[in-house]
Design a protein around this ligand. Structure first.
Ligand code: ATP
Ligand code: MG
Ligand code: FE
Length: 340
């Protein structure tokens, strides 16, 4: 089965061709980071315009790389949501046009299902499975007992992990996107400030990062007023230590409580060096299999949409020609579609 996948939910225009849900035939990502940098974040209108400009170029490139034509494609999968509505619409419209013109089935994919299925391009899933999703807009612990069905057992009550990284980066005058910059600085510093860890209720798998973010901002502010010289490296390291402690401990406890066979991490923050090392250390002695994706599969791409789209295709999920971008698409109900 060959799936053509398209992803335009945020600031990456991406297309990929995936074979049998596990093999990347071709993968193209055109990032817009440079265009958004001077604004310190993604500007929705600019994102949409870039997607329009890039879409056909990216599609031509993916077919050239794969040395394939539309005739050899079995279905077209596209990110239906969540994301920026104007950005999503470019991908959805392009996918519809291509699928309709070539009379191929159309499949709508949930962006977070995509982030999770990025891991299957590297390693087959063994259920029950726990996914730690840490991205720009999501921080969730998701339990899966079978393909394509998702149970959210924990989530953030305020900021997403990536969002917290980006905000802390801004207060440290680091360029957008801040996550990788804070990660880099953190490697050079030490956890000298002991910021709070938001454990919440004892049995909760939920997360909270807004208190930590405020603690970082206040610490910086107070130091500036008193003329104290705080090392940015230590602020970054202290912030990162707090985030990682909570993510690692909650993931570990959820994995134990639900007796999972596999733990996977997904989303942009899964690229974080500290988080990867901490989870590896924590699960080292465990029989639970830990799957950590390569960096190119952590941030937004279309290969992951093709991997998730293949499962939807195999389950018989087909979108109509009336499919619309859905910025608030819910993961659990998305996973219930086409369930036998
Ligand atoms: P979502 O997937 O929730 O819709 P998104 O698509 O914008 O959001 P991703 O592309 O998955 O998010 O991830 C981007 C986020 O990952 C940004 O917040 C970025 O700062 C963060 N990020 C990337 N690399 C790192 C890193 N090494 N350490 C920490 N954060 C990182
Ligand atoms: Mg992005
Ligand atoms: Fe994403």
């Amino acid at each position: 089965t060959y799936i053509l996948a398209i992803e335009t939910s945020c600031d990456e225009t991406a297309a990929a061709i995936i074979k049998d849900g596990t093999e990347v035939v071709a993968n193209v990502v055109a990032t817009q980071i440079e265009s958004h940098k001077r604004f310190g974040g993604v500007v929705p209108e600019i994102a949409s315009r870039h997607h329009v400009e890039q879409m056909t170029i990216v599609l031509e490139e993916v077919f050239a790389k794969a040395n394939m034509t539309m005739e050899q494609i079995d279905a077209v999968a596209v990110t239906e949501g969540p994301g920026l509505v104007g950005a999503l619409l470019v991908g959805v419209s392009s996918a519809k046009a291509l699928a309709y013109a070539h009379q191929k089935p159309l499949i709508g994919v949930h962006h977070i299902a995509g982030h999770i299925y990025a891991n299957r391009l590297q390693e087959e899933f063994t259920f029950p499975l726990l996914a730690l999703v840490v991205s720009g807009g999501h921080t969730e612990l998701i339990l899966m007992k079978e393909h394509g069905v998702f149970e959210v057992i924990g989530e953030t009550r305020d900021d997403a992990a990536g969002e917290a990284y980006d905000k802390v980066a801004r207060t440290l005058d680091l360029p957008y996107p801040g996550g990788p910059e804070v990660d880099r600085l953190a490697q050079l510093g030490e956890d000298t400030l002991s910021f709070p860890r938001a454990w919440l209720e004892e049995d909760s798998y939920d997360f909270s990062f807004s208190g930590l973010k405020s603690a970082v901002i206040n610490t910086l502010h107070n130091a500036k007023q008193k003329g104290n010289d705080l090392k940015r490296e230590n602020i970054a390291a202290s912030f990162q230590a707090s985030v990682i402690d909570v993510l690692t401990e909650k993931t570990y406890r959820a994995a134990k409580d639900h007796q999972v066979n596999q733990v996977i991490i997904a989303g942009g923050v899964a690229a974080n060096k500290g988080l990867r090392a901490s989870l590896e250390e924590k699960f080292k002695e465990e029989s639970i299999q830990l799957s950590i994706p390569p960096l190119w599969l952590c941030t937004d791409n279309a290969a992951m949409i093709g991997a998730a789209g293949t499962i939807a295709y195999q389950k018989g999920n087909r979108a109509g020609w009336d499919m619309n971008a859905n910025p608030g698409l819910d993961l659990e109900s998305y996973g219930m579609r086409g369930r036998s």
